[in-house]
Design a protein around this ligand. Structure first.
Ligand code: ZN
Length: 476
């Protein structure tokens, strides 16, 4: 069997129908692999149809420039060059004529290239969209593999072009972001009273993760920090993530503000920020909402306490009862008790008592005559916990009380956000190194994809992309 595939163009301006032969297929005796179209055939067909359709569309578009709009005289051609246009279905070389203005205008001295003026970008929006989307989700290399496998793009996209396209999308997103401000609170208390009652509080969790830098000088250096967070509008839904490279980004507060705004934050709405301390995340939370609370994430406190508990346990197994040190068992019991008490006091927001119990831990460790391995580690952990709690004292609430009232105290969800936003794309491969700019730009398209915003953004940038023309399929 021979199959001929043709395209028939029906012009609306009364021109005769044009028929373009696109391809011919051959089929022998039927076998499963030859039933219907193969992927290679489909790709070739798509490329051929794209070529025929674009040529026709461009011809029609250019026909309106052939004559002068004022006197109808034919415009002289100055020359022609080729516009390379990349589409989802392959690269096209389009002939772009340069036409002189009619002598009745500007004495005909000027010339213009209507097609070049129309196609200012040489990449079709949909191709740009798919490149940005997949490269946000997986490595540049895998994205090239995937797109070339299913679309007629062999040898037309590569790692470098993929990254360049993604950067151009991210750069455009960055340029849309307004100026950084010290504060984003709008209006005054009187205005806020007049606002409609707000919904349930927003909960925003912030945390950091580390990405391998390309300009690594040593094994320990060469990491830079990425801050990521999640804003949850109501319990169980309406969440958005955001991320930026710390110290590289000049607009972290504006970035967070825009996320909250897109979720419909009102100035009379309660906002709870939970984080692991740190100046950067503290500063960016400030002055975003008059009704905000700033809390140290209980999750991060318990993580430290759990590690300390394990160190005490480790010491108990190391130190077998021994006649030489009869005090040891009671000291170990005391460590356990005081650690428990530190936790209990922190849970109830009683920082002074928690700090006293940390002093008790130090005393216990001093009393211990032996020097098991974990002793030094525990001493260090107590010291670090003390510093951590003192630095964050103002942000330690009565967690127990909040818990009783079903108020949020912890953001285990932020841990998973760090993984979702950073780890999966950035640190899987240890050999992968990032520049701060490269990582920051990738994060911007990545959060757009994770928030399911990228498509809408493209539809806003490229009107027409959101209009899905109905396709009438002839075959039943
Ligand atoms: Zn004219």
């Amino acid at each position: 069997m021979k199959v001929r595939i043709q395209m028939v163009f029906e012009a609306e301006d009364g021109r005769p129908e044009a028929i373009e032969e696109v391809a011919q297929l051959q089929r022998g005796p039927l076998c499963p692999a030859e039933l219907g179209l193969s992927l290679t055939e489909a790709k070739t067909l798509m490329h051929g149809m794209q070529q025929a359709m674009v040529t026709e569309q461009v011809d029609q578009y250019l026909s309106q420039f052939k004559t002068c709009t004022h006197c109808d005289a034919a415009r002289a051609r100055k020359g022609q060059h080729t516009v390379v246009y990349r589409t989802l279905f392959g690269k096209l070389n389009l002939k772009s004529p340069r036409l002189y203005d009619c002598p009745c205008q500007n004495h005909g001295r000027r010339s213009s290239s209507p097609l070049a003026a129309l196609l200012t970008s040489h990449c079709a929006p949909e191709l740009l969209y798919l490149q940005a989307k997949f490269a946000s989700l997986m490595s540049y290399g895998l994205s090239v593999d995937l797109l070339s496998e299913v679309l007629p793009l062999e040898n037309e996209i590569n790692h470098t072009s993929m990254r360049r396209q993604l950067h151009s999308v991210a750069q455009r997103l960055e340029e849309e972001l307004g100026e950084e401000q010290l504060q984003f609170i709008e209006g005054c208390a009187n205005d806020w009273k007049k606002l409609p009652p707000p919904g349930p509080p927003f909960t925003i969790g912030l945390d950091g993760g580390y990405v391998h830098a390309s300009d690594q000088k040593s094994r320990t250096e060469g990491w830079f920090e990425v801050i990521t967070g999640k804003s949850i509008k109501t319990q169980g839904g309406g969440a958005k993530v955001f991320a930026f490279v710390n110290k590289y980004d000049t607009k972290p507060k504006r970035r967070l503000h825009e996320v909250l705004k897109s979720q419909g934050l009102q100035m009379n709405q309660q906002v709870v920020f939970l984080s692991d301390g740190g100046d950067t995340v503290r500063n960016m939370q400030a002055y975003l909402s008059p009704e905000s609370e700033h809390l140290l994430d209980w999750f991060h406190i318990t993580m430290r306490l759990t590690v300390m508990g394990q160190l005490v346990k480790g010491m108990s197994t190391e130190l077998k009862p021994d006649d030489r040190y009869p005090l040891t068992p009671s000291v170990l019991a005391s460590l356990d008790k005081h650690l428990e008490s530190v936790k209990w006091n922190l849970w109830h927001g009683n920082v002074p008592h928690a700090l006293q119990r940390m002093d008790d831990l130090d005393d216990d460790l001093e009393t211990l005559e032996e020097n098991p391995q974990n002793k030094k580690k525990l001493e260090k952990a107590v010291k670090e916990l003390r510093g951590y709690i003192m630095a964050n004292e103002a942000f330690i609430p009565n967690y127990g009380d909040r818990y009783l009232h079903d108020e949020i105290i912890s953001t285990a969800f932020v841990e998973s956000t760090v993984n979702q936003v950073i780890s999966k794309r950035f640190v899987k491969k240890q050999q992968m190194r990032w520049t701060q700019r490269g990582a920051h730009l990738l994060l911007q398209t990545r959060v757009q994809v994770l928030n399911e915003d990228l498509r809408n953004t493209f539809c806003r940038w490229f009107p027409g992309m959101n209009v899905d023309q109905p396709v009438e399929l002839k075959a039943a």
